[in-house]
Design a protein around this ligand. Structure first.
Ligand SMILES: Nc1ncnc2c1ncn2[C@@H]1O[C@H](COP(=O)(O)OP(=O)(O)OP(=O)(O)O)[C@@H](O)[C@H]1O
Ligand SMILES: [Mg+2]
Length: 323
């Protein structure tokens, strides 16, 4: 019998508000009382402490070369948090090549919405290779995921669910979330519309990279690229790609995503900034020679080798090597 690894964990930590626990005759814990309170109260916000200005500033200052992600994430979060009672959850799907900042931005969201990096009990991260590794277990995974999401939203309506590496998610699993992502899901007074879902994958990177390349070859600035230039083709590629996690998914066809978020390929100047930041963080701000060595040790493709194959992902490892 398959046991969801997180369900086992949660059992130990008593975070999962299983119905039998709430109604059991044993002593009621503070968490259970809180869970009951959250179920009947619209105002229960767990430890949700959004610092939207901090998020916007960090995105602006520390996320390089991603004007679309900066704008879309900031606007979506501001718009969502302005409403006490949102009409649907915030559902973002990050797409782009490796090392361009997708997981980095998801961590920023956790940090600025919960003030607690990713360690908050209300931030749930899923990695398919760990939590959903087998292609023939789709129904079991769906049941476990539905239970998990329902239970945790009952405990905290402001929960954040992050699904990284969606390209490795067995097709179909994620469709179990469809009822939670739409506008009308309020059950037993739990407001399912306050939740935040972040999906992350490299699926669609070819469409994004191609446009970045064409823009560059046309002598235009990458900042000229608008979401509208990419949105439809990206959605189509993701929908038709068996390895996107959204293969033929109604999440795409019924437009349940608040927004797709394209991450552009990083060029040498962005890698340069990543290398400098890394060196400064290690007290070696002055080592210009090392910035160059790190930059030259990476591989570049597209447009005469302008875009880094691995974005900024290998920078810490390369700095280790040279420092
Ligand atoms: N656009 C960026 N601006 C600044 N730093 C970046 C950017 N992209 C990546 N980095 C740095 O590189 C590290 C690795 O990036 P990240 O883990 O976000 O890549 P990813 O897009 O999730 O890639 P993958 O698809 O391989 O998981 C980050 O922790 C961050 O330090
Ligand atoms: Mg990642």
């Amino acid at each position: 019998m398959y046991t969801h690894p997180k369900a086992a964990l949660i059992g130990q930590q008593q975070r999962f508000p299983a119905i039998e626990k709430i109604s059991s005759s044993h002593g009621t814990t503070a968490l259970q009382l809180k869970t009951i309170y959250c179920t009947i109260s619209e105002s229960c916000e767990c430890d949700f402490k959004p610092d939207v200005q901090g998020l916007e500033w960090d995105l602006y200052k520390n996320l390089y070369g991603q004007h679309l992600a900066q704008e879309i994430v900031s606007e979506a979060v501001v718009g969502f948090l302005q409403k006490d009672s949102p009409d649907k959850p915030l559902v973002l799907s990050f797409h782009g090549a490796s090392g361009t900042g997708k997981t980095f931005v998801s961590s920023m969201l956790g940090r600025y919405l919960y003030g607690a990096a990713m360690s908050s009990p209300y931030i749930h991260q899923f990695i398919p290779t760990l939590h959903f590794p087998l292609l023939d277990r789709v129904q079991e995974y769906q049941r476990a995921l539905k239970r998990w999401v329902e239970g945790n939203l009952t405990a905290c309506a402001r929960s954040i669910f992050i699904f990284d590496e969606m390209e490795r998610m067995p097709p179909g699993v994620i469709d179990v979330l469809i009822p939670f992502l739409g506008p009308s899901h309020v059950v037993f007074q739990t407001n399912y519309r306050k939740a935040i879902y972040i999906f992350i994958s490299t699926a669609g990177q070819e469409v994004i990279n191609k446009l970045a390349l064409e823009t560059r070859q046309a002598g235009k600035e990458r900042e000229d690229i608008q979401l509208g230039d990419l949105e439809a083709s990206l959605a189509q590629v993701v929908f038709h790609n068996k390895n996107s996690g959204f293969f033929q998914s109604r999440i795409i066809s019924e437009k349940l995503l608040t927004s797709l978020v394209p991450f552009l390929p990083l060029s040498r100047r962005h890698v340069d900034r990543c290398a400098r930041r890394e060196l400064c963080q290690r007290g070696a701000c002055q080592r210009r020679d090392l910035v160059e060595a790190v930059e030259n040790s990476l591989t570049y493709t597209l447009d005469n080798g302008q875009f880094s194959n691995t974005g900024c992902k290998l920078i810490p490892a390369k700095v280790n090597l040279f420092l």
